[in-house]
Design a protein around this ligand. Structure first.
Ligand code: SAH
Length: 258
C-alpha cells in the first residue's frame, strides 16, 4: 500500500493491491478518450490512476472521508477528474453527465452489491455499460440460465436489460485485507433488444420478484394472490420460476396488461 490505511470492514474495504491484476482489469474495461466514466468506490485510487489518464472524463464516488481526502490530493492536477464524496446509492446518475452515456466501473463494496446493481438497472438509460467486480458466486447469477441453481431475479433482470458476461476471475489473494471469497468481473452492456417488448416494466418486475420470492412453488400458487390467473387458461402454471427463460417472463407479464 502507498498509504498507511486501516481498512474499514463496515465499508466493505478490500483494496486491490496486485499491479498485474489492476492492469488486466483496467485493460478489460476497454476505456478510451471518448468515454465518461463513473467509478464506484475508488478507495485509494489504485484502479483510478490507471484509467484517469486514458479517459475523457472520470467521476468517482467515494463514501469514506479519509479516502476522499487522499483522492483529492492524488488527482489535484487532473482537470478530467471529479470526486463526489458520498453514498453511491444516493446519487442520481442521470444528472451526472446529461446526454453522454456513462461507462460505470468499480471494485465495489460487496455488502451493497445487489442494491448497486438494482440502482443502475433503474437508471440504465444513462449508461452504456457497467463493469463491476463482485463475489464470484454473485457474478454467476448474472449469467445463469433456467435450471441452474444460481438462476433468479438478478439473472432475469440482467438478461432482460443487458447482455451480461463474466470477463475475468480474480482470486482472493490479490486483495488487502484478503476476503473470504473469490471475485469475478461482470459486464452488463445495456440493450433494449428484449426490454422494449415489455408492455409494463413495473408489472414485469413485480411478477418476476413475486414468483422468485417463493421459488420452489408452482406459478399457480406463488402468483395467485397478486395476479389475475384466470386469464391464463392456456398457460402451464405448474411450472416453477426456475423453468422460465427471459422471453417467457416477458410473454407472461404482457398477458396481464390490458
Ligand atoms: N476500488 C478500490 C477500493 C475497493 S473497496 C480498490 O480496488 O482498491 C470498496 C470501496 O467502496 C471503498 O473505498 C469504500 O470506502 C467504498 N464505499 C463503501 N461504501 C460505499 C458507498 N455506499 N458509496 C460509495 N463508496 C463506498
Amino acid at each position: 500500500m502507498h498509504y498507511p490505511i486501516k481498512a474499514k470492514k463496515s465499508l466493505g474495504q478490500n483494496f486491490l493491491v496486485d499491479g498485474n491484476v489492476l492492469r488486466n482489469l483496467a485493460g478489460a474495461l476497454d476505456l478510451g478518450p471518448e468515454d465518461t466514466v463513473l467509478e464506484i468506490g475508488p478507495g485509494t485510487g489504485m484502479l483510478t490512476e490507471l484509467i484517469q489518464p486514458v479517459v475523457g472524463r472520470l467521476i468517482a464516488v467515494e463514501l469514506d472521508r479519509n479516502l476522499a481526502g487522499i483522492l483529492r490530493v492524488k488527482f489535484f492536477n487532473c482537470p478530467n477528474f471529479t470526486l463526489i464524496e458520498g453514498d453511491i446509492l444516493d446519487q442520481d446518475p442521470t444528472t451526472l453527465s446529461p446526454g453522454i452515456p456513462l461507462r460505470v466501473v468499480g471494485n465495489i463494496p460487496y455488502y451493497i452489491t445487489s442494491p448497486i446493481i438494482f440502482h443502475f438497472f433503474d437508471h440504465r438509460t444513462c449508461a452504456r455499460d457497467m463493469a463491476l467486480l463482485m463475489q464470484k458466486e454473485v457474478a454467476e447469477r448474472m449469467v445463469a440460465q433456467p435450471g441452474d441453481k444460481a438462476y433468479g431475479i438478478l439473472s432475469v433482470f440482467s438478461q432482460t436489460f443487458s447482455d451480461a458476461a463474466i470477463l475475468m476471475q480474480v482470486p482472493r489473494t490479490v486483495f488487502h485485507p484478503r476476503p473470504k471469497v473469490d471475485s469475478a468481473l461482470v459486464r452488463w452492456t445495456f440493450t433494449t433488444a428484449r426490454s422494449c417488448q415489455i408492455n409494463d416494466e413495473a408489472l414485469f418486475r413485480r411478477l418476476v420478484r413475486t414468483a422468485f420470492n417463493q421459488r420452489r412453488k408452482m406459478l399457480r400458487k406463488s402468483l395467485r394472490e397478486a395476479f389475475p390467473l384466470e386469464r391464463l387458461n392456456d398457460i402451464d402454471l405448474t411450472r416453477r420460476p426456475e423453468d422460465l427463460g427471459v422471453m417467457d417472463w416477458i410473454d407472461l407479464a404482457n398477458r396481464f396488461v390490458e
